[in-house]
Design a protein around this ligand. Structure first.
Ligand SMILES: *[C@@H]1O[C@H](CO)[C@@H](O)[C@H](O)[C@H]1NC(C)=O
Length: 267
């Protein structure tokens, strides 16, 4: 009884529901089990207990909350991990802040003038030696298969990025591509293959990248007329070599142009 009171008090005091929800769910589950136990062992459980349990059950042991739990945690992670690293920036400068952001997200990078890459391993662990490279800018970044997004890009904006790989990144969208104009004077290689959110509109924003020499747009699922899009990209970025694997260019296009016309355009 006392224990239960304590729990109820604690539940009432909790102010950050998202953080405490998990604990509450666990407790509500324990209490529900306890109720079942009481129900079978004694004929009439105290009514306060049963009312409290009902309250807890209604409040926290809600199926929908449990179903949403994982996706909410995911969104929270996404937001937190992509926040601006202002504290690290103030303490160690912009270069270390960028490096720390990249490693924390599970990516890899190379500093200007260094041949070795720093990378997070598959469990997200990394070597802290990068702290010795204060005031050394980052020039190559591989964020493939990470949750980098438009907001997180601000952690890289002071870097003279020469190459950027964001292969298979679920949060890379048209906004992200529009944000790449920050690197228009340095970026030479960009790999955005396998990014599920990118549309033709986002690709159009790449026209600002005047130094771009290699662009990989392979396997973008939302591009419906790849042959046409590749032609447009080549027109838009004449100095750039476009790589586009993973498209079936032999099929008539959704746009409805006749095969002869396409052949002419490609030749
Ligand atoms: C382009 O992307 C595809 C798919 O991610 C990859 O297999 C290929 O090696 C890349 N090509 C270049 C030249 O980077």
């Amino acid at each position: 009884m006392f224990v239960l009171h304590g729990l109820l008090l604690e539940v009432a005091v909790m102010s950050a529901p998202l953080i405490s929800l998990h604990r509450c769910c666990q407790r509500a589950a324990v209490l529900l089990v306890a109720r079942r136990h009481w129900g079978s062992s004694s004929a009439s459980p105290p009514s306060l207990v049963s009312r409290s349990l009902d309250f807890l059950a209604r409040r926290f042991y809600d199926v929908e909350a449990l179903l949403n739990w994982k996706s909410r945690i995911g969104k929270d992670q996404l937001r937190k991990k992509n926040l601006y690293y202002g504290y690290t920036h103030k303490l160690y400068g912009p270069d270390i802040a960028s490096a720390y952001y990249i490693l924390n997200l599970g990516g890899g990078f190379r500093f200007v003038g260094q041949s070795e890459w720093f990378r997070a391993d598959s469990r997200g662990k990394f070597n802290w030696d990068f702290l010795n490279y204060k005031d050394t800018p980052v020039e190559e970044v591989d964020m493939s298969h990470t949750i980098i997004n438009y907001v997180g890009l601000s952690n890289l904006e002071r870097q003279p990025l020469r190459t950027l790989k964001v292969q298979g990144c679920p949060e890379v969208d048209d906004w992200f591509l529009a944000g790449l104009h920050k690197f228009q004077d340095s970026l030479e290689e960009l790999d955005i293959s396998h990014c599920p959110r990118i549309t033709v509109g986002g690709l159009a924003a790449l026209r600002n990248l005047r130094e771009l020499k290699h662009l990989n747009v392979s396997s973008l699922p939302r591009i419906s007329s790849p042959a046409l899009v590749i032609i447009l990209l080549e027109e838009m970025l004449p100095q750039c070599q476009i790589t586009a694997h993973g498209y079936d260019l032999s099929q008539p296009q959704v746009g409805g142009e006749k095969p002869e016309e396409r052949l002419e355009a490609e030749g």
